[in-house]
Design a protein around this ligand. Sequence first.
Ligand SMILES: O=c1ccn([C@@H]2O[C@H](COP(=O)(O)OP(=O)(O)O[C@H]3O[C@H](CO)[C@@H](O)[C@H](O)[C@H]3O)[C@@H](O)[C@H]2O)c(=O)[nH]1
Ligand SMILES: [Mn+2]
Length: 746
Amino acid sequence: MDESLSTSPARAPLLHSLRHAHRTAFNRMFAAVYFCAILVLLHHHALKLIHSTTFGSFLISLSFLVSDTFLAFLWFTRQCFLMTIVYRDEYPENLQKTLLLKKSSSDFPALDVFICTADPYKEPPLRLVSTTLSVMAYDYPTEKISVYVSDDGGSQVTLFACMEAAKFAYHWLPFCKKNNIIERSPETYFAANHSSWFFDTEEIQKMYECMKQRVEKVLEKGKVGEEYITEELERKAFSKWADHGFTRQDHPTVIQVLLESCKNKDATSHLMPSLIYVSREKSRTSSHNFKAGALNVMLRVSATMTNAPIILNLDCDMYSNDPRTPLHALCYLLDPKLMSQLAYVQFPQIFHGINKNDTYSCEYKREFRCNPLGLDGVLGPTYVGTGCFFNRRAFFGGPSTIVPPEIPELGPNSVVNKFIQSQPVLELAHKVAGCNYEYKTKWGYEVGFRYGSLVEDFFTGLRLQCEGWRSIFCNPKRAAFLGDAPISLVDVLNQVQRWSIGSLQVAFSSFSPLTFGIRSLGPLMGLAYTHYCFWSTWFIPLTLYAFLPQLCLLHGLSVFPKLSEPSFILYVFLVLGAYGQDLLEFMIEEGTVQNWWNDQRMWMIRGLSSFGYGCLEFFLKCLGISTYGFGLTSKVIDNEQSKRYGQGMFEFGASSNMFVPLITAAIVNLVSFLTGLVQVLRGSKMEGLFLQMFLAGFVVLNALPIYEAMVLRNDKGRIPFKTTATSTCLALALYGLVSLPLTDSN
Ligand SMILES: O=c1ccn([C@@H]2O[C@H](COP(=O)(O)OP(=O)(O)O[C@H]3O[C@H](CO)[C@@H](O)[C@H](O)[C@H]3O)[C@@H](O)[C@H]2O)c(=O)[nH]1
Ligand SMILES: [Mn+2]
């Protein structure tokens, strides 16, 4: 008898399960049909190009061929998100049993949390305090949690806020655990109207309000006054800022251990998590790589202090919304069948405070909710920069090839057996937080978080997956992390511009998925990264479709097929098919028709502004003409502005170049639609111009808020007159420019 059967070990309990979405079969069939339709369309354009009789018609056919080829390319790369959609469930209640089966350790693994912040005036320190407390209060063995706050702003206000968080945690942690509170971000907890309060709620709320006042006063002053310093240790910490040379771009490393888990106890004498403030060394002469640079420093500093095998990365504007979140992640990270090849477990970025119909579509449902479901069926989702649990080992080469760091203490298997505050530990921590480490060591530039200068979080994931790791998308029923979405259009557009520059940077780097990713990741994953690399070249077809057919309409020139032609059906199928499938995908992930409408509108808006400007800036940088940085997204909210946002009004107040192409398109479309309408009313034959009128009408419908903000509104969010004037001149210039070759072909 087979021995393995007779002595079969206790069956491992189920930690997670997987289910394939039924719609994938439909998606595959539809893709095949749609692909044929695209080929027919391109063939049709090519024929027209060959048979064009005038220079004008040649140019028009060429433009449509080029822009539809772009659209086809993006459609093609997008299919990887629709072919293998999977859903997962976790069973954290079985974790304990699994741990008991593993004889080596019967306890939960240690967890290091990295929280990034960069500017106390754009990212309110109180938000950081709430984010920090929400993870410190996890339903997890507290002595296993260490929270590292990375302050790229090098601000004593941020350090002060962290000290206040440590003091408040003394009461907050036992309060949450005793009363089984779910919302462990104090800001959110106290903002909600609770029907049942606990007897000690009032007391703790008072403490919270006092802390809030102190932090706000210090923020207002910009420094920590004598009256807020209670101990000698604190005075010593803040004295580092007294040095005149200390600026945010130029300062030595500051590391302050605010809580040490084996020493500090809370109000009920339970151990507390560790809390460590880190502001890495900055110098004007060396580039610091923005967020990725900060994360790499955290990776090293935490290695010297706690070296937990699991790392959670959060932005200061994403707090944890469910105290059981780490348990969900562990269902994958501790699964014996998965763990040796699993690099990270990504949770979706979910935003709160978004208005009813998500005017700016800043929920990014497609990027953060839909697409990862599709990627999870292949090698796993991309890393999106926050809400991600990493296996520390993944930063040291592929699953079977380890790249050892020059300093052995930084390695994933090194065990820290000294106190965090002991001299050798602190010394090493300061050393590895310096500017030079990354450039002067092989490990420093080979591993870690990559391409940090802009958005390229996605490409940290790309690198890990190229090395042979996989990832998991975990989307539990209760949102795990909640963040603030930007609520002004300029902020949204700037954010997307930053992303598009970042993507292009990777697209043209030696690490480009086109040359590298497809080869080592297989077609589906390769296509996904290619899609993200080139998504901002959306702007080419969008700009064309927003202007050319309309300008032709103004000249009475037909560019689309007539109602009676067979290719008319082809156009209708391609448009309705793409929009229909998109709407369906959106609705399945809990969207509404109104949200979807706003989402497709924002797609056009981004295409006409952020993407175009992003590409422009990228190419200017390549030519050495301009430079760019990481424009932080502001998290500070103006009351009036947030009221207008609540009413679903667009916010154009700031005069920004971003708006010029949008408003120009709105003007051109309105004029051409009205001109067409007048002709229809006059009884002219418009059969050949029907699709153009329809397109202009569709854009006009989308642009209604723009017309309103141009002429009807008089609040601060209206379009500044200067922007309207510039756009009108531009529209006239475009009309003039296009009429030259067009009148020739008429
Ligand atoms: O020099 C820097 C610049 C930024 N950050 C931090 O990076 C995070 C993201 O910056 P933010 O301005 O909030 O960017 P968003 O566009 O709102 O963030 C989205 O886009 C980023 C990439 O552009 C991702 O990293 C984020 O996870 C994602 O939420 C914040 O915690 C910042 O404090 C730093 O630590 N150092
Ligand atoms: Mn953010």
